[in-house]
Design a protein around this ligand. Structure first.
Ligand code: UDP
Length: 386
């Protein structure tokens, strides 16, 4: 057991960012690292568990699909697990009918009852978008309208986004919507990324492997506040918690969205025929239904039952899980003030991960940021001759 008094490297939070950093420090510096997590499990929001009744692996904090086009990240993660060949595809329900999401030729043709070719669809969508006459879109609504025109925006984006963020759509940052491609072909993939998949043996096995180095000690159910008083002054800390919480909300609260999940076991081999079905209608209170069996078609799951989980967006309040940073200009200004406070008051602490960097990032970006944080640490260490 690593004693706190001699702790040289501490990682707070065992999600992807923290676990990758711990693994790098342990294996590349051959230094001892203490990883703490306030939760009873490692893996942060990637955590998954086998449903007791069906044996189906469920993602406890909503669907997490690994996807990347970053070769360094792909090579790095595959040292710790192999991935299956799952490629993410999403359907969305609007007005009692199912369409492909993101918006592509299948969606355009079925929504407008047309049979356009790709080159015709491009001109068609451009003409729809031109009707809106938006030159430089400055928020999500303008961006959505300028990309696909009003009918598709109102059907597939407006209701879903209003439920997801609970804010006027013209107050949301435009880049939220550019996470989704708009296509004029029949490519059904949700992500453009070349490499995609789910860890063959589950996220638990991936995190166990990342944290398995003998130099790493993991303590679960421990929060930073429990131990901060016992740490030596020179302890180098990597913290993946939110800055407003860390500074006891001294500069006010950062805006987040939260989620609630409702699980149901149904007596079917397959309930919805796809891992995720979105609900675009504003009148349906949840945004999507996850049917987790579809993430592992290679597993011999039993065929008499399936697990579905409905996802309901919720307002964030202290004590709930923070899922999405809202990232309006005023939120980013507040975050910048917290960053300056951190630089002045906690120079030995590096904040990162989705919470610590207040950024809406995917898993691969989180791994890449952890690797870059480690590179910088290694360069500083070489410079100081340690
Ligand atoms: N979005 C939408 N309709 C959909 C799916 C997504 O309008 O059917 C919008 C919505 O504003 C959402 C954003 O696109 O917040 C990003 O969606 P993504 O699926 O990337 O969100 P995540 O999986 O990170 O929750």
């Amino acid at each position: 057991m690593l004693s706190l008094e001699s702790c040289k490297y501490l990682v707070v939070g065992s999600g992807l960012w923290g676990s990758v950093l711990a693994e790098r420090i342990a294996s590349q510096f051959n230094e001892k690292v203490l990883v703490i997590d306030r939760r009873a499990h490692s893996g942060g929001n990637c955590h998954s568990e086998l449903d007791e009744e069906t044996g189906i692996e469920c993602h406890v904090y909503g669907s997490h699909i690994f996807h990347t086009s970053d070769q360094r990240v792909w090579e790095y993660v595959r040292q710790f697990c192999s991935f299956n060949t799952y490629r993410h595809r999403v359907l969305t329900e609007f007005g009692g009918r199912l369409y492909q999401m993101p918006i592509g030729l299948a969606t355009i043709n079925s929504y407008y009852h047309l049979n356009l070719k790709p080159y015709e669809a491009e001109a068609f969508i451009a003409a729809e978008a031109a009707l809106e006459d938006i030159e430089s879109p400055s928020n999500l609504e303008e961006k959505g309208l300028s990309l696909i025109g009003r009918p598709l925006y109102e059907a597939f984006i407006k209701g879903y986004t209003a439920k997801q963020w609970n804010l006027p759509l013209n107050e949301l940052p435009a880049d939220i919507i550019t996470r989704l491609p708009v296509r004029t072909n029949y490519n059904p993939d949700y992500f453009d990324d070349f490499w995609q998949g789910l860890p063959m043996d589950g996220y638990g096995a991936l995190f166990d492997k990342l944290l398995s180095h003998p130099n790493i000690t993991v303590q679960l159910g421990v929060s930073f506040a429990d131990i901060r008083g016992s740490l030596p002054v020179h302890c180098r800390i990597f913290h993946s918690g939110a800055l407003d919480d860390f500074f006891d909300y001294a500069l006010g609260a950062l805006a987040w969205r939260s989620l609630r999940f409702e699980k149901e076991i149904l007596p079917y081999a397959d309930y919805q025929g796809n891992a995720v079905v979105n609900q675009a209608d504003i009148t349906v209170p949840y945004t999507r239904t996850h049917e987790y069996r579809h993430y592992h078609p290679e597993r011999p799951y039993q065929r008499d039952k399936t697990v579905i989980v409905r996802e309901y967006p919720e307002n964030f309040a202290r004590g709930k899980e923070a899922y999405y940073p809202v990232n309006r200009p005023e939120d980013l200004r507040r975050f910048e003030q917290y960053r300056q406070l951190a630089a002045a008051r906690a120079p030995n602490i590096t904040f990162g991960g989705r919470l610590g960097s207040y950024a809406y990032v995917d898993m691969d970006k989180t791994v890449s940021e952890a690797l870059e944080t480690f590179d910088k640490l290694a360069a500083d260490r070489t410079k100081s001759g340690a």
